[in-house]
Design a protein around this ligand. Structure first.
Ligand code: HEM
Length: 231
């Protein structure tokens, strides 16, 4: 497919960020699970020894948090809910069975992706705050045992929630053909964009049309100026 038929879906910096998040999240999740459930302490082997798990898990979690905050800044404006999202939600059953109604305009992300986005951001914030409270090496001494116990409870709850959400997120990414490609090489076909994100597609086409018009006007002006000079 020629480059002209493609639209930029995910800029390079966001793609890089997402790759690092995927790798670090898997390592952080496996090492965290090994700390909580002794029966699967073998998961901790991703970081070597149990001592390394204890040392590195909080730092890796912190890096995942920072990277996700970058995603939040870059993508929040595409994930603001609107009335069309409620209409989309009402049709969720037919959407899941593959009969997506064509009259609902969908922006860069659909309502399901928006819910997931805000859940990811909320859960990582809970994990960060509770993680800091329980971090024995630096902060735990400033909090009472009761507060630390509450933090541990919410940290584990948020971790399980986020892991399940990410499994769902990865499944959806494989389910919607073409979206992984959009995250790896950044571009999607116009047909994909029109089918899955009709409003975003029209907005992008408008931008491309305006840019082309401006470029044409500029080159016409240049041509006129050179004609004037010759005359
Ligand atoms: C194997 C694992 C993963 C796969 C296959 C995957 C795939 C994708 C794809 C294809 C998109 C772009 C969707 C689109 O353009 O419509 C995306 C977006 C995103 N992913 Fe992942 N991802 C994975 C793991 C993760 C993890 C671990 C996190 C965070 C903890 C994450 C957070 C996000 C966020 C925040 C977005 C932006 C969605 C939005 O703005 O609504 N992903 N992912």
């Amino acid at each position: 497919m020629s480059k002209k038929d493609m639209i930029l879906r995910t800029p390079l910096l966001v793609r890089f960020c997402h790759v690092f998040i995927v790798i670090l999240f898997i390592i952080t999740a496996l090492s965290g699970l090994s700390l909580f459930f002794p029966s699967i302490k073998a998961f901790g082997l991703v970081l070597g020894t149990p001592q390394l798990v204890r040392e590195l898990h909080p730092f890796l979690g912190g890096i995942v948090f920072i990277l996700l905050m970058f995603m939040l800044v870059r993508l929040a404006h595409h994930n603001i809910p609107n009335w069309d999202d409620i209409r989309w939600m009402k049709h969720i059953k037919s959407i899941i069975s593959g009969k997506e109604p064509e009259d609902i305009p969908i922006g860069k992300y659909n309502a399901g992706q928006k819910v997931l986005f805000w859940c990811i951001m909320s859960l990582i914030t809970v994990l960060m705050v509770t993680g800091l409270i329980m971090w024995r090496r630096y902060f735990a001494e400033y909090f009472s045992i009761e507060i630390i116990r509450i933090a541990i409870f919410f940290h584990s709850l948020a971790a399980i929630g986020l892991i399940l959400l990410i499994i769902g997120h990865a499944y959806m990414a494989f389910w919607v053909k073409g979206s992984i490609k959009g995250m790896i090489n950044g571009h999607v076909s116009r047909a994909w964009a029109r089918k899955n994100h009709s409003k975003w597609y029209h907005d992008e086409m408008k931008k491309i049309y305006i840019a082309e018009q401006e470029a044409e006007n500029k080159s016409n002006q240049k041509e006129n100026n050179s004609h004037k000079k010759l005359a």
